[in-house]
Write a protein that binds this ligand. Structure first.
Ligand code: 3H9
Length: 691
């Protein structure tokens, strides 16, 4: 055995050389891995070995380039020299894949002459998720082995395929049971059977007959999903090059496009997000080995839209759920909605009809809160009323077993006050799901003053297990997400009175990259949430709309009118007249507002509030705020989230604009955050700020 570099060693199994990589956690292609691979191939080629196996220790094959190296200058050797050495080696090289062969990892495997993999291994080019394209020949090699159609799918989604599919499409040559023995046996066979030293770069058969319409049709099919993102289009252009050009010319095109993406803001934002999502799981002061409560049964109080959606998350993950409602009618209605949600997914092919029954079988309904007695985690999802929530938590305190975690799905209320209704405030925590709760990935976990580490670790852990992106924050009105949203709402509301129609504000935010603007969002949520006909006094546009029977999408009219079939929104002149008349009564002078002002007045109060949230220690780090906004409200990921975006604009400029609006418009929400001022004077940033 020869230790080639800190992470790569060369071993021999009789006549087979094994180049073994050990670079935890994911065997990324750090400089010493590239160097070790290069040295390994060179030494194995000049040794007595007749064939070579590239294999990894740990949980996975190479999972890609080392993303942490992207911010520094490139360190030799580059990946291409490693790949050239592999492809041109005079002895057969076999890549032995377990875990995930991703990005640069798959690109290395594609330079071996053959590939074997174990069941459960996965193969993908996820660079698009980092705002990039596979820049080590992957864009030219993958289509040559899978065909252009499959490569388009894999490279624009970034999703991996499994071993079976990889075998069927020729990406791997054999499925083996035991990785090392299977790979070594294959390597020996390659020698005895004199298998050719196949180089994917020399193949053209799979791309030769690509239909001309493929690219146009594919672009159309992904347009909605990839709106605003540059990388999917760049990946497509590379595959076009693989079809139209020879390998070397295609490679050159790939390099040009890769460099373009690499120097742009989108890839920086998306790479930042990759680490941000993972950082959010690390809680200072919460040791990794903090004991958690094992959630064998979850209780959900309330079978409304939120409660039903929350219950579905647990049933989807195989965890039994008890849903409790006030009366049987509401319970049956709620369970009916859950069933029809599942049936709709099944009709679209997302799950099987057996899955529908299995999941429904995991949900039991009840009208007796006493049935929460055997639940390990209980999530209250009733409407936002503090008195009601306190009453409920007092009851839960009497019913739930010792050690159970008592969570509230409140989107804004004080967890400490809710906890005060129990004799165990340490067990009380906020778990704020976003609507629709079975779809949206965001989960704000809210820690009260007394919340125990166990409750926090349990909520974060179970959040991950049910496929959410949990972010921990502290108590304040609206927590991270809604507190910032309220600030955007104040300005959007003011601007419609000053002269910008709701549809224009929505359009500007849509063009910025949000799935919808504030008014379309209010219509979707329902304008009558929190509205009371008895106390309504026509004091806001929203109240006026509700008073005139406009409740949002659900009854076909709100800020917009909705087509009953397509749900397409069209602005209504009646609403515009209502707004104008209201503005007149208020003495508001209407004027032309520029697009830039609209964008600034929507986004800068959010940045300002985000900074205040950080300054108050409500969020642990700037990147947590970004994770909340990207996952909870569809802030465009390619801008990195509000904190990263503000850094990209330049905090000096952001500060100047906030101060400009503070002096011209006034209001507490324009009062500049001291953190922004400090970061401007210290040359710091918001996205890297951590408490
Ligand atoms: C590329 O290859 C470009 C080339 O085409 C061109 C080159 C010229 N680098 O996710 P986890 C860290 S681009 C550095 O929690 P899991 C991660 O931050 C790359 N670090 O584990 C975390 O650190 P920590 C294309 C990385 O089991 C730890 O590893 N490849 C990298 O849930 C564990 O990660 C990709 O985009 C990396 N490449 O999932 C694959 N990957 O513990 C990206 C991970 O300090 N990676 N780390 O928080 C993944 O998708 C998942 O990590 C993986 C494992 C599925 C592999």
């Amino acid at each position: 055995m020869t230790q080639l570099t800190q992470s790569v060693r060369l071993e021999f199994d009789d006549d087979v050389a094994l180049i073994r990589i050990d670079n935890p956690p994911v065997n990324a292609l750090s400089q010493h891995v590239r160097q070790g691979l290069l040295d390994g191939v060179t030494q194995a080629e000049s040794s007595d070995a007749k064939s070579i196996v590239v294999i990894c220790d740990g949980r996975t094959f190479i999972a890609g380039a080392d993303i942490t190296e992207f911010s520094g200058p490139p360190q030799p050797p580059d990946l291409q020299s490693v790949q050239d050495a592999m492809e041109n080696c005079s002895k057969p090289i076999i890549a032995a894949v377990h875990g995930t062969a991703l990005g640069g990892g798959l690109e290395v495997a594609l330079c071996a002459h053959y590939r074997v993999g174990v069941a459960g291994s996965k193969y993908g080019l996820p660079e698009v998720k980092l705002g990039l394209l596979p820049g080590a020949g992957g864009t030219q090699r993958l289509p040559r082995i899978t065909g252009a159609a499959k490569a388009l799918e894999m490279m624009t989604s970034g999703e991996p395929i499994d071993a079976q599919e990889a075998f069927q499409c020729g990406l791997i040559d054999e499925l083996v049971e035991d990785l090392e023995n299977g790979a070594v046996a294959f390597a020996r066979r390659a020698v005895t059977e004199q298998m050719p030293l196949l180089r994917i770069r020399d193949r053209n058969d799979k791309v030769a007959n690509t239909p001309e319409s493929l690219f146009h049709d594919f672009r159309t099919s992904i347009a909605r999903r990839t709106r605003g993102f540059l990388a999917p289009e760049y990946n497509i252009r590379c595959i076009e090059a693989a079809v139209e050009l020879d390998f070397e010319a295609g490679l050159k095109r790939e390099q040009e496009l890769f460099r373009d993406l690499m120097k742009g803001t989108q890839s920086k934002a998306q790479q930042y997000y990759f680490f941000a999502e993972r950082a959010a799981l690390k809680i200072p002061g919460l040791p990794k080995d903090t004991p958690t409560v094992e959630v064998s049964r979850c209780g959900v109080l309330g079978a409304g839209t939120m409660g039903g959606g929350i219950a579905m998350n647990f049933a989807n993950s195989g965890i039994p759920v008890t849903i409790v409602e006030r009366d049987d009618e509401a319970l049956q209605r709620g369970l009916g909605v859950v069933r029809s949600n599942y049936e709709r997914t099944a009709a679209r092919g997302g799950i099987s009809s057996d899955d529908v029954e299995t999941r429904m079988g995991l949900i039991s309904g009840s009208t007796d809160m006493g049935d929460f007695a055997d639940c390990d985690l209980i999530i209250e999802a009733v409407f936002e009323n503090m008195a009601l929530k306190k009453e409920i938590f007092e009851q839960l305190d009497g019913i739930c077993k010792d050690g159970a975690v008592l969570a509230s799905n409140t989107s804004a209320l004080d967890i400490n006050e809710i906890a005060s209704a129990t004799s165990r405030p340490d067990a009380v925590i906020g778990m704020h799901f976003f609507s629709p709760a079975n779809v949206m990935k965001m989960l704000e976990v809210v820690r009260g003053d007394a919340t125990s580490n166990t409750a926090i670790a349990t909520a974060m852990g179970i959040g991950r297990s049910i496929g959410k992106t949990p972010v921990l924050c502290g108590v304040c009105h609206g927590f991270v997400g809604n507190r910032m949203l309220f600030m955007r709402g104040i300005e959007a509301e003011k601007m419609i009175l000053e002269g910008a129609p709701p549809s224009r504000i929505d359009q500007i935010l849509f063009d910025f990259g949000f799935p919808m603007g504030p008014f379309a969002m209010s219509d979707l949520a329902g304008l009558d949430i929190g509205w009371d006909a008895a106390t309504s006094s026509g004091s806001t546009v929203r109240e006026l709309l509700c008073e005139s029977g406009r409740r949002g999408q659900k009854n076909g009219s709100g800020y917009y009118n909705y087509d009953p079939k397509t749900r397409a929104a069209t602005p209504d002149s009646e609403v515009e007249e209502m707004i104008q008349a209201f503005a007149e009564r208020q003495g508001i002078v209407r004027r032309e507002i520029t697009d830039q002002e609209i964008l600034e007045r929507c986004l800068y109060p959010m940045v300002n509030e985000g900074a205040k949230i950080l300054d108050e220690g409500i969020a642990i780090r700037g990147s947590d705020v970004d994770v909340v906004w990207i996952n909870g409200y569809g802030w465009p990921m390619y801008t990195g989230g509000p904190m990263f975006w503000a850094d990209t604009i330049g905090l000096q400029e952001v500060a100047e604009r906030i101060q400009h609006y503070a002096s011209t418009l006034g209001g507490d929400h324009w009062e500049i955050s001291p953190l922004i001022q400090n970061q401007v004077s210290d040359g710091g940033s918001l996205s890297t700020y951590a408490n």
